[in-house]
Design a protein around this ligand. Structure first.
Ligand code: NAI
Length: 267
């Protein structure tokens, strides 16, 4: 893809799933990739192992790799992460806000701590990282690009996932507001809205019969692959998309098309 060769990219939450696939796709396109990961104490070993594996695959593409540990919801962690990347490479061109979590709970039982945690990582984290990226983009020539990994739940309400729905709805306005605010500064801000994708965030990804049940709700009859999300992320961050800003592209097998309208209700 045009314009990704030699660029420096930071992907948050890149040790697994969609973030990992995005990091690898950028490396395949010739970009140097910094991988952010966050390990909670209980999953430390597993996370570090998957980070090392991803770095190995990035190096196999003949580009630079960098590992930056940070909790994206923490302001000081985010500042340190950007400082590390910019000191190492002198310049950052593309930020991918991918880190995200979800938790199921009926809304009337949802605990405030859980609400704060999900909004903190999914939305505050994207804002904190975007702010650092914007400050850097504005400090030098050449603009830059921010790509937000949102969700179909940017526009589809998701009962029992209130904080997740709110975080992704908010991310849509983060994309559009920043895109408008910085359009005349050579900075583009876009999003992708994945549908159901087989990654560790979804319990069903481990269980084929449950995956089938999920797939039955999707017009194209199957769940998505992380690599399909990564292809769109690379496109929107590349010069092929030089005139696109403020858009969320849904990659969802038709999930946002109101599947119930496939057949005539009144027949
Ligand atoms: P995942 O669970 O594999 O990836 C989430 C990543 O975020 C993990 O690597 C995790 O370590 C990282 N993370 C969690 N808390 C963090 C923190 N405080 N700081 C830094 N990193 C942190 O799941 P997946 O599916 O790859 O999710 C990536 C993004 O895609 C998320 O934003 C998610 O909401 C979004 N998405 C996923 C869909 C799916 O069906 N898999 C559908 C729609 C959106």
């Amino acid at each position: 893809m045009k314009g990704l060769q030699g660029k420096n990219v930071l992907v948050t939450g890149a040790s697994t799933g969609i973030g990992r696939a995005i990091a690898l796709r950028f490396a395949q396109e010739g970009a140097n990739v910094a991988i952010n990961y966050y390990n909670s104490a209980d999953e430390a070993a597993e996370t570090l192992e998957s980070v090392q594996k991803t770095c190995g695959s990035i190096r196999d593409c003949g580009v630079g790799d960098l590992v930056v540990q940070a909790d994206v919801s923490k302001e000081e962690d985010v500042a340190k992460m950007f400082q590390t990347v910019i000191e190492a490479w002198g310049r950052l061109d593309i930020l991918v806000n991918n880190a995200g979590i979800q938790k199921e709970a009926p809304s009337h039982e949802l605990e405030a701590n859980s609400f704060d945690k999900i909004i903190g990582i999914n939305l505050r984290g994207a804002y904190l990282c975007s702010r650092e990226a914007l400050r850097h983009f504005l400090s030098r020539d050449g603009g830059g690009s921010i790509l937000n990994v949102s969700s179909v739940h940017e526009i589809i309400p998701r009962p029992e996932y209130l904080s997740y729905s709110i975080s992704k709805g908010g991310m849509g306005n983060l994309t559009r507001t920043l895109a408008l605010e910085y359009a005349n500064k050579g900075i583009r801000v876009n999003g992708i809205g994945p549908g159901a994708t087989a990654t560790p965030i979804n319990d069903w990804a481990e269980r084929p019969e449950e995956e089938q049940q999920v797939a039955s709700h999707i017009p194209m009859g199957r769940v998505g692959e992380a690599e399909e999300m990564a292809a769109a992320a690379a496109f929107l961050s590349s010069d092929e998309a030089a005139y696109i800003t403020g858009q969320t592209l849904y990659i969802d097998g038709g999930l946002t098309l109101y599947a119930d309208f496939r057949e005539n209700w009144s027949a």
